[in-house]
Design a protein around this ligand. Structure first.
Ligand SMILES: [Zn+2]
Length: 353
């Protein structure tokens, strides 16, 4: 097993954990390395569930901060091992989100932080929501995640991103009547009828509501369309898959009601959905942290695991090094100064004055 040196430089540590490949489903080697590095620190109690590793201080501080990051990456695209190119670290996982994980591991060295800390390293973030390691911890051991404020170390360009938008996918089924295309008037073309669904989407004006002081931006988009069986058959079925991204002033039920209203008269089936999370920046621990970072907080538009903490009643924000737009790209990279700055901000906050 590769052993990780937590006492060295944070950039070397980032490289070391990127260079242990951990595509979703294959996190064991990295989880083992993280677990053994943490078990060597006597001030932490270390727990494990599958390939998720949780480490906690118990100093009896009045507040507990939960700091979470995923260990997995999307598939490697000929972009490992990492390459250090001046001030830019390139390679799979650098920005999403092993630089953030390296920062977490460095903070785990703090023996007497001013808040009690719970570090959560988890598996299966980049795949179907039902496999998500943080979701599994919520189901199996919610007490491991107890806390007053949570930070998710996903890349946020060094600013605090509050809350996140929810997401819902629906399947809209448009029926027709099959016929030979030589006698098309005997049937009814489902693909043509689906044009009415596309008209709704093209005319749709998404909301941009302000929630707890942050502006969100919704979206409603077709993401897949299926129909037709042969070159001489009038199709009797066309299916349009639509993805709705909704601001956190609406819950899943409200988002579904909205879609049923928008697509009234069509057969609408919800495929999957995940709620958003309000930013919660009015909570004292969140306020203290935002002031310390010193940059204007932004609304998080993509869905993140922040909403799993919101579901536990724990206000949560995203804060991590690097540009989220780099995530999942073949040229994925993170600026080295941002890794160092994130670590300095968090060390400054958590170190005892
Ligand atoms: Zn990520």
């Amino acid at each position: 097993m590769t052993s990780l040196d937590l006492t060295g430089d944070v950039v070397d540590l980032t490289r070391a954990i990127c260079d242990i490949p951990s595509v979703s489903g294959d996190e064991k080697a990295l989880a083992d390395a993280v677990e053994s590095a943490l078990r060597a620190l006597p001030h932490l109690a270390v727990l494990r569930d599958g390939d998720a590793v949780v480490a906690r201080t118990s100093l009896g501080r009045p507040a507990r901060v939960v700091y979470a990051g995923h260990l997995d990456t999307v598939p490697i695209a000929d972009n490992l091992p990492t390459v250090l190119d001046g001030d830019i670290l390139r390679g799979r996982g650098t920005v999403d989100m092993k630089a953030g994980v390296a920062v977490m591991l460095k903070l785990a060295l703090l023996e007497a932080p001013r808040h009690d800390l719970t570090f959560v390293f988890y598996d299966h973030e980049e795949v179907a929501a039902k496999l998500n390691g943080l979701g599994r911890l919520v189901r199996n051991h919610p007490e491991w995640l107890a806390g007053d404020f949570a930070i998710l170390g996903e890349p946020s360009d060094g600013t605090v991103e509050g809350g996140c938008q929810g997401t819902m996918r629906v399947k809209i089924t448009v029926p027709g009547v099959a016929a030979h295309s030589a006698r098309s008037w005997k049937g009814s073309n489902a693909i043509h009828s689906a044009g009415a669904v596309l008209d709704v989407l093209r005319a749709y004006v998404p909301r941009q509501p302000v929630v707890d002081g942050l502006r969100y931006h919704e979206g409603l988009n077709a993401v897949k369309i299926e129909g037709g069986i042969a070159g001489n058959v009038i199709p009797d079925l066309c299916t349009v898959y639509v993805n709705h991204r909704f601001a956190p002033d609406r819950d899943v039920a409200a988002a579904e009601a909205h879609l049923r209203e928008v697509f009234a008269g069509f057969e609408v089936e919800v495929v999957d959905a995940a709620p958003g999370a309000r930013p919660g920046l009015d909570k004292p621990a969140a306020k203290e942290f935002v002031e310390l970072v010193g940059r204007e907080p932004q609304a998080k538009l993509g869905w993140t695991d922040v909403s799993r903490f919101a579901g536990l009643g724990i206000p949560a924000v995203n804060y991590g090094p690097g540009d989220p737009l780099q995530a999942h790209t073949d040229g994925e990279h993170v600026p080295v100064p941002e890794i160092r700055r994130t670590l300095e901000v968090l060390q400054g906050w958590l170190a005892l004055a």
